[in-house]
Write a protein that binds this ligand. Structure first.
Ligand code: MN
Ligand code: MN
Length: 389
């Protein structure tokens, strides 16, 4: 016999179960496990928006990133901050599999240029490039330290440790973490840079290097037989204390043979400043390459316990144009370019003119493309010529 009460109870249970809303998945409280990209570490990004120096980002500035979720949960992704802007997002993956997240941009771009933004999740890394345009589209501002180019295509990402771009107020540089010296330093020089500020002599480590990088200390060159040779000279930055002081960062130094530094190079620097006093503005790049120089204590390939490389050769190029505006358009096939390449030894002549070479010769020695923002046809002519004035 059936129990009518039990039947009724079951009926009620079935009906009430049917009426219950579907169970909501409880939001995971743990972190998601995911990687960027679909295969072989290749990540997939789509950048949206037009980026203009001085114009703050809005909802149109975002980056879609493909992710591979192996375990659902919460996520948070944030990029490096470059030129004043950063991209980030956070949320929850409710399922595994390939899906997309949207990183939103924030901030106001400070410097025009093309930059790589890096972000990581565990051991998975991804990056995207974007170009911040000058307020005048496609044009770097006159007097930009890199107006005529980025010789080694240096970028501001930590991964680029041997060719790391640092855009400072008073110069720009490609720095090598493992050599402990710049590859090159590039700066604009004109009469407003030359004032009466005394030499600050405040040699110091550069604390703007990425976290964890060796910061060459003030006294790293002591007892090495080599000078702390400025790339951007103290004498080119005498308009104010901050300008002069900026040249004493150790990221602006190379171990330079004292005779080369104090004689040949000092006279070259002074000759270039004389051109400024004569009504010219200059775009200058100094660099060094190779291993091993000869200072007061003889030959060495490194100093500071192997942490600072002693370059074999030191070079400089200077593009000389009359004072004026629209500098790029004023460079033509007859523009004077002074280029020198000098061994890093004490046995050099004090006459820098003995060491003049073509810009092409420096390009061959270094693998760089100097002046690469000038039209190719102009580069071809200028770079083949050896200054003889
Ligand atoms: Mn060339
Ligand atoms: Mn070139």
């Amino acid at each position: 016999m059936r129990n009518p009460y039990l039947f009724l109870l079951l009926t009620i249970l079935v009906i009430s179960c049917r009426k219950e809303p579907p169970t909501q998945p409880t939001p995971p409280t743990s972190s998601a496990v995911f990687t960027f990209g679909s295969s072989a570490g290749v990540c997939n990004t789509t950048v949206s928006g037009v980026y203009v120096s001085g114009t703050s980002l809005d909802v149109s500035h975002n980056v879609i990133v493909q992710v591979n979720v192996t375990s659902p949960g919460n996520y948070s992704v944030i990029t490096s901050t470059i030129s004043g802007i950063q991209f980030s997002t956070s949320g929850t993956f409710t399922s595994a599999g390939t899906q997309s997240i949207i990183l939103r941009g924030a901030g106001t771009p400070t410097n025009p240029g093309t930059f790589s933004f890096l972000f990581t999740e565990g051991s998975s890394a991804c990056s995207f490039d974007l170009t911040i345009n000058n307020a005048v589209p496609g044009v770097l501002a006159d007097n930009d330290h890199m107006l005529f180019g980025n010789p080694s295509n240096a970028v501001m990402i930590v991964d680029s440790f041997s060719n790391y771009l640092m855009r400072k107020t008073y110069y720009a540089t490609s720095y090598s973490r493992d050599r402990g010296i710049p590859n090159w330093v590039s700066w604009h020089l004109y009469s407003p840079d030359l004032g009466s500020t005394p030499r600050q002599d405040d040699f110091r480590p550069d604390n703007t290097l990425p976290a964890g990088w060796y910061q060459v200390p003030e006294f790293a060159y002591s007892g090495s037989g080599f000078d702390r040779g400025h790339n951007t000279p103290s004498g080119d930055r005498t308009s104010r204390v901050a300008a002069n002081s900026s040249t004493f960062l150790m990221t602006n130094m190379i171990p330079q043979a004292p005779v080369l530094n104090q004689q040949t190079w000092a006279i070259l620097e002074d000759s270039l400043r004389r051109l400024v006093n004569a009504g010219f503005e200059l775009y200058i790049i100094m660099g060094s390459y190779g291993n091993g120089g000869t200072g007061n204590l003889g030959f060495a390939t490194t100093i500071d316990g192997g942490r600072v490389a002693v370059p074999a050769s030191v070079w400089k190029i200077a593009v000389v144009i009359p004072n004026g505006n629209n500098d790029t358009s004023r460079v033509n096939t007859s523009t004077r370019v002074i280029a020198v390449n000098i061994p890093n030894t004490n046995s050099v002549s004090s006459n820098w003119k003995n060491y003049r070479v073509s810009t092409d010769a420096i390009e061959t020695a270094t693998g760089y493309d100097l002046l690469n923002r000038l039209p190719a046809a102009v580069q071809t002519i200028l770079e083949a010529r050896v200054d003889n004035l």
